[in-house]
Design a protein. Sequence first.
Length: 520
Amino acid sequence: MRLGNYRHLPKKEQQDMMPSQNSLFDLPSLDSVIDRNPLTTTSNTLVSSAIALMSQARENSCELEGTNKSLTGELLNRERNNCLLVVESEKLIGIFTERDAVKLAASQRDLNGMAIAEVMTKELITLKRSPNQTIFSALSLLHQHQIHHLPILDEQGQLFGLITSSYIRQILQPINLLKLKTVEETMTKEIVHARTRASVLNIAQLMDAHRISCVVIVEEQESEAIEANTLKDPASHSHSPLREIDDFSALRPVGIITERDIVQFQVLGLNLATVEARELMSTPLFTLKPEDTLWLAQGEMRQRWIRRLVVTGERGKLEGLITETDLLQAIDPVELWNVVNLLQQKIGEKTASLEQEINRRQQAEAELQQINDRLEIQVQERTAELTDFIENAVLPIHWVASDGTIAWANQAELDLLGYTQEEYFGRSIIDFHVERSVIDELLGRLANSETVQNYQAQLRCKDGSIRYVQIDSNVSWRNGKFIHTRCFTRDISEQQAALRERKQAEEALRQSEQKFSGYF
């Protein structure tokens, strides 16, 4: 459901359609974000003393960084110094914030003898503590009235504590929701800025006129002069809107001055009209990219104890500003509902995409399995054919391992010599050769990667007879390692017998010829 459609529903339907807030993430209670010990003062306190008190509290809270106090305690100490609650007879009658101090600085009013009752905000936005109030009740008031401090009253209307937007931002961390949005979607793109030579007084006047908490200090990147966004007559522009920057590419942010800085400068007694921004600005800046997530922005603010971050693009050009208020708007109850819808939509799209991918992969796996099965059958058939070819070949074949033992032989080899596999396999080849020198020569030549062909030898059969053979052999190597020989043995016993008979006949003929030659 779109935001516009949802907002036009009756409140009862909105509540019925809204998911349980506690189901979105672990939701802290309202009491867990209330500072029970905010800074308080009375109405007759001098403004100068009030500003000094706020500054002193800030310095004391800074010392907590090196201690072992809990994170919650440090956050409360840091946030309670942003304002003073004015109390009379246990009743809250006013509030004085850093923004009020900036307004005084911009007006250049004489603070001598001025009581805080003259300048405090008297029309207060408060929240009465009750079991029905939640942290979102506080968030809604902060967002609706664009304030950073919300006093909490008890059932008798007396001051119970204080809630600040900064502390809620630190405590409330809907991780998945902040990761869904980018800085670019949430940042402020209309930025009030000033050049480095602008006076701090001009900057305070800018803050007061535009009701903002900071001014970005910029430098010109190009040769063209760009006027600083300062106000010579703040009163005449007190109701003017924020001016958009005409050419962001020509501006490079180099620093920032906040309303907290203005308060500190007042305490130090600086002449704001004569001090330039470049002398007192906070620099270097901690920046984000437009594509960064709000979760990253939240982490940077928390780690560096700051409320705002400048956003820069290519070559460091000024793109925007993101503040803790922007982050709080991202976790506004209505906004949460829209983000949940967006999350559900993305989950649905992702689920559909994953289902398609799973189906595609399952189909591909099925096809691959079919191909693999066919290949497996072909391999088995081919292996069976080759095994049959070798095992049942007419030509005797055997393998000799690198240690000289018989590793394997086919049936023709076993039949040739009359041995069984058990009698032949694993024995030394020397046991079957009549001449030891033949084995030494054969293995030596083969170990040198030589192929041996038509090498004649004599093998001893099981029955004690001798077989004359002719051997062809080479070596099976694997990663340079001698595995075994491949020996093909041809039986030439009959040829050798015929050769011997022929030689005997030739010798008999020669002797006969010599005998008869003596008669003639």
